[in-house]
Ligand binder design. Sequence first.
Ligand code: FES
Length: 126
Amino acid sequence: MYSEKVMDHFMNPRNVGEIENPDGVGQVGNARCGDIMKIYLKIEDNRIVDIKFKTFGCGAAIATSSMATELVKGKTIEEALALTNKAVADALDGLPPIKMHCSVLAEEAIKAAIEDYRSKQLVKSK
Ligand code: FES
């Protein structure tokens, strides 16, 4: 049912954990199942230099979080904002249709963390 890549990222998730003094934090819940994801960002010169996540969720949510963090690490904020859950699922060689909703968590958590970063920047510049 799951691709080898999904199983690999589920069994050996990349970038799990927390970042001390993060520049942005995003937490979202999945309305369909109640699972939760938290993303921590370290940003330098508009680029994501480090990213970590914690997911209290199903295997597909963990695998998509892991892949999403790999995809946006080293990218600019604008590039990270353009990441879609479909691109994450494609990078994992697809997800079963009933599990596609799980992949939305990663996209939304990254966007929420970037928003948090931007709002902090605004406060600093005032
Ligand atoms: Fe909740 Fe997959 S079942 S994120």
